[in-house]
Design a protein around this ligand. Structure first.
Ligand SMILES: Nc1ncnc2c1ncn2[C@@H]1O[C@H](COP(=O)(O)OP(=O)(O)OP(=O)(O)O)[C@@H](O)[C@H]1O
Length: 273
């Protein structure tokens, strides 16, 4: 379980990005973080893994306090947090398998990784994870030979190779087409549910969050202004989060995407076999 208590971040410039954020994420729950640009979503994610130093407040993961740790302890605790990025952050010239194994770098020593001699248990785990994300046949391909959706699957497998206690996911579908985005979101939800992992997903796409997240937290100007189920995210709740920003346009785009996909399927099924 992840617990945030009164998390506050004021940057040196004087910008208050988080103004006292408190919530808990139980095991296996996947939370979508939404809000307008500048609401503090990235700052929140970065404070949790301490890439950004919180000004005040407390973060605890599985009962261990993550705030106030020294560098060595922080490194050990960071292993427990798997990160998944918008641009995948893969090493392009390495194989899919090597990219997944790089998730173990926090555990094996430098020389072991340098010589690429990972323990057999790590290699077996990596194969299992590649199988789980549907990439087992691509294990030996170079990362740069994969499609965007496949790369994000590698990113997911690499984060899981860390055996994390928490997943932090930053805009996982921002570079993907709508259909692939839905496949990736579905995979993330399934994995968190089956392995009991809590996750926070920073997501710009409100309809996608509504479709897949169990719980949505809306930030506005560094404060939580919504915390509820997708069904509770009504138009007035969205107006509270986004103010005058045109979130209705996002919903319209989503409907257009789904209609285009259904239309393509109808055309395909009408073709002679
Ligand atoms: N390194 C920084 N130095 C100073 N101010 C910053 C820094 N990073 C973010 N901010 C400010 O903190 C506030 C929150 O920014 P943040 O990037 O966390 O928002 P966000 O919700 O992730 O936005 P977006 O959706 O556009 O990525 C903004 O006012 C921003 O200008």
């Amino acid at each position: 379980m992840l617990e945030l208590h009164d998390l506050t971040k004021t940057y040196k410039t004087g910008d208050t990005a988080l103004g006292g954020v408190s919530f808990t994420v139980p095991k296996g729950q996947i939370v979508g973080l939404i809000g307008p640009s500048g609401a503090g979503k990235s700052t929140l994610i970065r404070c949790i893994n301490r890439l950004v130093e919180p000004t005040a407040g407390r973060i605890s993961l599985g009962g261990h306090d993550l705030t106030g740790l020294g560098l060595r302890e922080l490194r050990a605790q960071r292993r427990r947090i798997g990160m998944i990025f918008q641009e995948y952050a893969l090493v392009e010239r390495l194989s899919v398998m090597e990219n997944v194994l790089s998730g173990r770098l926090g555990y094996v020593g430098f020389w072991t990784s340098f010589a690429r001699r990972f323990p057999p248990a790590d290699i077996q785990r990596a194969y299992r994870l590649l199988d789980r994300v549907g990439l087992i046949e691509h294990a030996d391909k170079r990362a740069d030979a994969l499609s965007g959706g496949q790369r994000q699957r590698v990113g997911i497998a690499r984060a899981l190779a860390q055996e994390p206690d928490l997943l932090l996911v930053d805009e996982p579908t921002a570079s993907l087409d709508p259909k692939t985005s839905r496949q990736i979101m579905r995979l993330l939800v399934e994995i968190c549910t089956e392995s009991g992992l809590p996750a926070i997903v920073n997501i710009h796409d409100v309809p996608l969050a509504q479709q897949f997240m169990q719980r949505i937290i809306g930030l506005r100007a560094g404060r939580v202004v919504f915390d509820g189920t997708p069904a509770q995210l009504t138009e007035s709740a969205l107006t509270e989060i986004y103010g005058s920003e045109d979130w209705t346009a996002m919903r319209k785009d989503h409907e257009d995407d789904q209609e285009a996909e259904a239309d393509a399927l109808r055309r395909l099924s009408a073709l002679p076999a």
